[in-house]
Design a protein around this ligand. Sequence first.
Ligand code: SF4
Ligand code: SF4
Length: 287
Amino acid sequence: LCPETGKKPRSIVFIQCVGSRDRRFNEYCCRIGCMVTLKQAILAREKLGKDVNIYVCYIDIRSFGKGYEEFYRKAREMGITFIAGIPSEIRVYEDGSIYLEVYDKLTCRLLGIKPDLVVLASGLIPNYDIERISELLHISRGSDGFLLEAHPKLRPLESAMSGIFLAGTCQGPKDIPDTIAQASGAAAKAVNLLASGELELEPLKGVVNEELCSGCRICEPLCPYSAIIMKAKDAAGFGNLKAEIFEVLCQGCGLCEAACPSKAIKIHHHTDEQYLDQVRAACLGEN
Ligand code: SF4
Ligand code: SF4
């Protein structure tokens, strides 16, 4: 029913990709809009009957999952009209009536429609508290705002933080089957980890040379994983502060190494000499 009037609509227009696949808003596809729209359109047809005109305005229909293409065909066979174009404007007049124009790329015709109801398939964005969660767990976010996996192809279930796994729309837009598949994989990885009783760590870790460390504390707040603490090294335990790195928390990002004015921090297997040798080899072709 129309929310304004409470009456059965005679004409409904569904508009796809609102705020998605658009550089001004979200560049990415929401991955659920097409199929949710098809489901709603089919439900509307079944509940409201054949005398209601139902239109779907789309850029392209992404029916990529198992059985999805068949579902799309079913919608077409039920008399739902698909228009290959998105209206640029929806006009709402003072009497509450709605008018929109849309150019259909397939028939090359400009269509004018007066719907009673317009339904938008709006884009999918990260949850409002994703920033807090990312700070709390020290997990990076991608340019789209979702939590970032350790590697998109080789480690899609893991975050860069050892022992923290990702599942569902915190990592990116996805539908229910994909969410369940990812969650099952993440749960299996967590069970594996707990059953083995050991945590496998990357070998790249920061290490502090206490003789060089002046205790300036520059590195401490810089570490995105809170892996650095300052420890008093004098007999009374109050003075002579030195930085100390928790190997389990350190992810070897190198921020502290670059920031330390005393050059007291080194990342295992990454000395300045090694970097310089690589630069020399790249620039001069030396082996
Ligand atoms: S920045 Fe360097 S010198 Fe300063 S506390 Fe950290 S390790 Fe020590
Ligand atoms: S290398 Fe990165 S993660 Fe490790 S202690 Fe330094 S800043 Fe923190």
